[in-house]
Design a protein. Structure first.
Length: 155
């Protein structure tokens, strides 16, 4: 049997080397730190994503509410404009109706005034004729009485 010289065992050499043990320990510590940092990074990213989603949801909800408010205000404004238009039309119609009524009243008063003027003119003419007739009769009576008086003085 041949005896070959003993080869150094690398496992034993590594275990016996304190610098190597320290480096391996540091390497394991760095690996666990990396895993912890990755987990923390994933947690922070998930929290950030949640916060972004929540902010987007809040913004979308606020935008939806604002759109609804705008639509409601627009409808209210249109209703007010329609009501205003109806009120203006009603006022114009009432004004036109009042104007027509007043024009009718004015025309009736003019007609009545013209009728009264005509009646007055006829009455004045009638009275003037009657007065003229009476004056003629009175003159005739005066002339007759004068003649009688002159006849009676002449006798």
């Amino acid at each position: 049997m041949d005896k070959t010289p003993a080869q150094p065992n690398p496992v034993l050499d590594e275990a016996e080397n304190p610098a190597l043990l320290l480096a391996q320990r540091e390497l394991r510590h760095l690996h666990s730190t990396i895993q912890a940092l990755r987990a923390e990074l994933e947690r922070v990213q998930a929290a950030r994503d949640e916060a972004v989603q929540a902010a987007v949801a809040v913004a979308q909800d606020e935008a939806r509410q604002l759109r609804a408010t705008v639509a409601s205000l627009r409808e209210e404004l249109q209703a007010l404009e329609a009501s205003k238009g109806e009120s203006v039309q009603a006022a114009v119609a009432a004004g036109q109706d009042d104007a027509r009524q007043l024009q009718g009243t004015v025309q009736k008063l003019r007609d009545e005034m013209e009728r009264l003027r005509h009646e007055h003119a006829e009455l004045t003419d009638k009275q003037a004729r009657a007065s003229q007739d009476e004056i003629r009769q009175l003159r005739g009576a005066i002339a007759g009485l004068r003649e009688q008086l002159e006849k009676s003085h002449a006798r």
